[in-house]
Design a protein around this ligand. Structure first.
Ligand code: CP
Length: 306
């Protein structure tokens, strides 16, 4: 088993069979993290370079753990202490790293399209760990993995994605993935945070959270991406929270047993009430745990699956 493509830059470029193959491979790796010795030799002799131009807690750590649990050598390249600060370009930097025999480069970058540009410029495999507002494919894959683990069937499932969809690479990757798999996706947020093209992707748009939550099986909350918003898209955070924050009372509008998801980092008391984030409905930390298994699956499949 392997992926036909050299890189994983987007969910849009994956077929449903490839998505399911990644989820099944991740499932086979999940138990490794529960072992006393959390290691298998699948990527022995391979080198994985984490190349993060933006802050990250979950994605960078879980790629490192995933690579180490597969026995790969891992380098965490820090742009701020590298020759990038002297003006070396992304591509030149990556080609120099590649010259030291890096097999896989995991890239997070603030520019949409950076991962695609890098993938075309190097022979190493490139994994997109988030490029601007464009895509975050491994986040969507771990979200799917978590839904599947909770025995949810993608066909006929109803998922509400709530918040700043305009700036969310997580939302975009999830919309591509879920619509491919036959899931009903509802996008909810203020009009300034809902891009106009979403209805062309088969997404139901709503500006009223209470209305949109009725009957959903999964609620995916998003963080306000203030760092990507060039201007204020909402009068005040308090107002935003009142209209679009997920409270325990609102959660009761969804199907009984509905899952609450969030890619993190969460802003407690803004988009999600603390008692909801920490409730039995919340699978936020399951998502984080599953990120390691999913990234093990992706690293393994891009390395040829041997
Ligand atoms: N979900 C996510 O991408 O989190 P980090 O920014 O911490 O990696």
């Amino acid at each position: 088993m392997s992926l036909k493509q050299k890189d994983l830059v987007s969910i849009a470029s994956l077929s449903t069979d490839e998505i399911m193959m990644i989820l099944e491979t991740a499932e086979s790796f999940k138990e490794v993290s529960g072992r006393e010795i959390k290691k298998v030799p699948a990527l022995r002799g391979k080198t994985v370079v984490n190349f993060f131009f933006e802050p990250s807690t979950r994605t960078r750590t879980s790629f490192e753990l995933a690579a180490k649990r597969l026995s790969a050598d891992v380098i965490n390249f820090s742009p701020s202490s590298s020759s990038v600060v002297k003006g070396e370009t992304l591509l030149d930097t990556a080609r120099n790293i590649e010259a030291m025999q890096a097999d896989i480069i995991v890239l997070r970058h603030p520019a949409a399209g950076a991962a695609e540009t890098l993938a075309r410029g190097v022979k190493s495999s490139v994994i997109n760990a988030g490029d601007g507002w464009h895509e975050h494919p491994t986040q969507a894959l771990l979200d799917l993995f978590t839904m599947r683990e909770k025995k949810l069937d993608f066909k006929g499932l109803r998922v509400a994605i709530v918040g700043d969809l305009a700036h969310s690479r997580v939302a975009r990757s999830n919309i591509y993935a879920l619509t491919k798999l036959g899931t009903e996706v509802r996008a909810v947020g203020p009009p300034t945070m809902i891009p106009a093209y979403l209805d062309r992707l088969g997404v139901r748009v709503s500006y009223n959270l209470d209305e949109a939550l009725r009957g959903v099986d999964v609620i995916m909350m998003l963080r306000l991406q203030l760092e990507r918003q060039g201007r204020a898209l909402f009068p005040t955070i308090r107002e935003y929270s009142r209209l679009y924050g997920l409270t325990a009372e609102r959660l009761r509008l969804a199907e009984p047993g509905a899952l609450v998801m969030h890619p993190g980092p969460i802003n407690r008391g803004v988009e999600i009430a603390p008692e909801v984030a920490d409730s039995f409905s919340s699978v936020i930390l399951d998502q984080v745990a599953n990120g390691v298994a999913v990234r093990m699956g992706v690293l393994y499949l891009l390395s040829g699956g041997n």
